[in-house]
Design a protein around this ligand. Structure first.
Ligand code: AMP
Length: 395
């Protein structure tokens, strides 16, 4: 079956058409600047990437352009939309309502809308993608795959904040976690590569991208994860602060004359390694800067790696041990210096790094030595493929 995977944001939309039999992406791309002007990027497998400026006042035009590109005579990858068997949608927040992926019905849309409060920027945009696909491809099944669902197995002791209980009862304030599709996918691959039974294993996944989170997975179920009610909690990220003393908010608001929205903007968009380094949120720039003697860039990388190591340490405690650690996403897959820094704190676990494997680029691989007590892997995440698989499983 051919599955169209859609990840719809407020002004952008990423897509992949995947053949579920071969698990190959037939075409990938994105629409940018929806509602501003509009650009379609379209990359058929094995062919040139095409960028076209096209007016996209709404997501309707954007998705129509994607469908036209996929079916056009020149470099389309399917003859007609009849070949699309289903559409899989990434939905950011499923609250406590969704513990797994579901086929989208009117009731499901209503339930997702009830979670909009928890992800006001993402969920409404995700639903625009759903409604547009329903309109442009009537009759095709649409499936919702939630970023939060994998973490719904967390026990209350991990998801409750030390706040008045009524905030949980009245407003569903609790920890949810994100990147669940990636943590799910990567923890499965990690178990397989390590040769351990997923249902009888202790795995820590470090999803280190521009947004970054860690999860602790025991016997195939998430026990804890570093993001919370929103993706702001946890690790120091590209531009997000991660954990801070909440009193800093009032302190900075007073000093800088900011309101709550202003402080939140700083914590989400101007903090993290970007804020610390005052150089960049991108680890390629930070490494280059640090190598050229930029002390703030070096400090930002140290702070990032130290926080990752502390979380891994705390999750070893939560799991009462660990069999496998997996690094994934942009930084986890591509920054050997960061992996080395993180692992340098974890020698007490009996982890020894295989420097050659760590420094090599390429496919999923073991980067610990064969006698290391804990196996450490680099595993490329593939959220689109995970969404495709879950979509096929449901339709
Ligand atoms: P993601 O959010 O998973 O797409 O990750 C994006 C981030 O990965 C970028 O902002 C960079 O910080 C990081 N990254 C990507 N490629 C490299 C690389 N070759 N070396 C170091 N960091 C990288």
């Amino acid at each position: 079956m051919k599955v169209l995977v859609i990840n719809c944001g407020s002004s952008s939309l990423k897509y992949q058409l995947i053949d579920s039999d071969t698990e190959e992406a037939l075409a990938t791309g994105l629409c940018e600047r929806i509602g501003i002007d509009g650009r379609l990027v379209y990359q058929p497998a094995g062919a040139e990437k095409e960028k076209t400026d096209l007016a996209m006042p709404t997501h309707n035009e954007a998705i129509q352009f994607v469908l036209d590109a996929l079916t056009n005579d020149k470099n389309g990858v399917i003859k007609s939309l009849d070949e699309v068997g289903a559409i899989g949608h990434r939905i950011v927040h499923g609250g406590e309502k969704f513990t797994k992926s579901v086929v989208i019905t009117d009731d499901v849309i209503k339930a997702i809308e009830e979670c909009n409060d928890l992800a006001p920027l993402h969920n409404p945009a995700n639903l625009i993608g759903v409604r547009t696909c329903q309109k442009l491809m009537p009759g095709k099944p649409n499936v919702a795959v939630f970023d939060t669902a994998f973490h719904q197995t967390m026990p209350a002791k991990a998801y409750m904040y030390g706040l008045p209980y009524e905030y949980y009862e009245k407003y569903a304030v609790r920890r949810y976690g994100f990147h669940g599709t990636s943590h799910d996918f990567v923890s499965h691959v990690a178990a397989e590569m390590a040769g351990v039974d997923y249902k009888n294993s202790k795995i820590i996944v470090a999803h280190l991208g521009n947004g970054a989170s860690i999860s602790a997975v025991k016997n195939g179920e998430c026990q804890d994860t570093s993001m919370g009610l929103t993706p702001l909690e946890g690790l120091v990220m590209g531009t997000r602060s991660g954990d801070i003393d909440p009193s800093i908010m009032e302190f900075i608001a007073g000093k800088e004359g900011l309101d709550i929205a202003g402080v939140m903007n700083v914590l989400n968009k101007k903090s993290g390694v970007q804020g610390l380094s005052q150089l960049s949120s991108d680890f390629r720039d930070l490494e280059e800067g640090a190598n050229a003697g930029n002390e703030k860039a070096a400090l930002a990388m140290d702070v990032f790696a130290y926080r990752v190591a502390k979380y891994i340490g705390s999750y070893v405690a939560a799991l009462n041990g660990v069999d496998v650690i997996a690094f994934t996403a942009g930084i986890g897959e591509n920054a050997p210096a960061i992996r080395e820094k993180v692992l340098s704190y974890l020698g007490y676990l009996g982890i020894t790094l295989n420097a050659d494997e760590n420094n090599r680029r390429g496919e999923d691989r073991l980067i610990s030595t064969t006698d290391s007590k804990v196996k450490v892997f680099v595993i490329s995440t593939n959220e689109e493929l995970a969404i495709c698989r879950q979509t096929v499983a449901l339709v």
